[in-house]
Ligand binder design. Sequence first.
Ligand SMILES: NC(=O)c1ccc[n+]([C@@H]2O[C@H](COP(=O)([O-])OP(=O)(O)OC[C@H]3O[C@@H](n4cnc5c(N)ncnc54)[C@H](O)[C@@H]3O)[C@@H](O)[C@H]2O)c1
Length: 476
Amino acid sequence: MKIAVFGCGYVGLTTAVGLAEMGNEVLGVDINPTRIEMLLAGKAPFFEPGMEEMMKRNLSEGRLSFTLDTPSAIHFGQLVFSAVGTPPKKNHEADLTAVLSVAESFGRFGSQGKIFVNKSTVPVGTSEKIRETIERNAMSSFDYSVVSNPEFLREGTALQDFFHPDRIVIGIEPDDLGVKKSMDKLYRPMIDSGVPIQYTDVRSAEVIKYASNAFLATRISFINELAEFCELSGADIKTVAKGMGLDKRIGNTFLEAGLGFGGSCLPKDLGALIEKGGALGFDFKLLKEVQKINKRQPGRMIQKLKKHLTQLRGKTVAIWGLSFKPKTDDLREAPSLELITSLVKAKCKLKVFDPVSMMNMKNLFVKNPTVLKSLSFSTNPYDALKGAEALLIVTEWDEFRNPDYAKMKSLMSGDILIDGRNLLAPKEAREKGFRYESFGRILLSDNVAPTKNHPTKRNVSGRYHLIVKKNPAVRE
Ligand SMILES: NC(=O)c1ccc[n+]([C@@H]2O[C@H](COP(=O)([O-])OP(=O)(O)OC[C@H]3O[C@@H](n4cnc5c(N)ncnc54)[C@H](O)[C@@H]3O)[C@@H](O)[C@H]2O)c1
């Protein structure tokens, strides 16, 4: 099939490369000339495992190309995908400017039988707006369809998710049988490999995307709230999450306590859903609480730091990890941004390391010299530790999971270790001489330590040894 994909960002490029890999002829379109130049030269504009290799292969085999030329892209594509951004406006509403500009071009340059497939995350009712825009801009009469085909890929595993999604959701008009045939043909390789495909009405497809992200965000805030409770009650959040996750009704994903969720989707989509609810006169009380819990996580990390460093001014703090999650260089809504801004405000000097996001971080703060002046970018994780009073682990990159504690101690001037992703074993970190703080984890031995009211001790085999207080009155 001949396909045009508008937007060559994380979703658009993955879609274009993935569809080309499946044997289609694909033309990726973007409004950013630098991006198109890079893509034509076989360079991915962002870090995504496997992307550059697959893109290069499809470019050289002639199934994939890129252009800035909107009209010829619409002429080319039998299917026209929109994968352009829908960033949040100030009031959190999704900004549909880019999607509607693709719709405008589709109206102006479209022709008989073309299908507009929307992959951008858009609020319920947007398909009607797309149709209105197409019809307002049409220069001639032609039959067309608008399909809602929300995207669920995760950055870091985008290609894997493209080829092996948990499901494909397609919203179509109920009587549009021709479009169903085209979408079945397009996704045949996935359907044949057992991926469920759900045809729905257009509005439900639009809501499925927001509902899924809102639910995932809710799980993370749930476990983070529970982590605070565990800190007070002496239970261990990892153990609790594991026990919960073994229940098939619950499952074990999105139950990791820590600094909370970030990225270009969860915070934005949660905000947009709440805003859309408000516009319809509905108050998403639960989701507002999910937002609040998430926003307080970076502050919780700073509180933990302050427990050990009463004065932050002038202190050197190391940070491991900047991106909102591992295997991506995306910093949008990353908790590191809030943390860095607060620590710089408190006059800390920061030494940071991230395997792939440091250039993006420099570019992001280029207009904020106060922050940039307080940041030093290190070439490896240990370099960041030189002279640091404390280390904050912010992103769960695999390379931070098994650190050389002796080397860390020899480089750091202090011994504070705050694990914002619960990566390390608390007992080991403390035994290696660190004042270790986590999000809701305890040392198992903390649990059985004798207390004033409970003077029970344990013998060498781990059994409780009862100590009876002498009470002569009872004995006699
Ligand atoms: N990033 C993710 O993990 C993810 C996952 C699922 C869904 N989504 C959704 O997919 C959409 C795209 O997200 P993204 O992360 O790929 O965005 P992105 O910011 O990485 O990429 C958007 C691209 O669209 C281009 N663009 C803007 N206007 C254009 C136009 N009129 N014509 C052609 N190109 C145009 C931009 O230059 C940019 O390259 C959003 O709605 C997002 O919510 C994202």
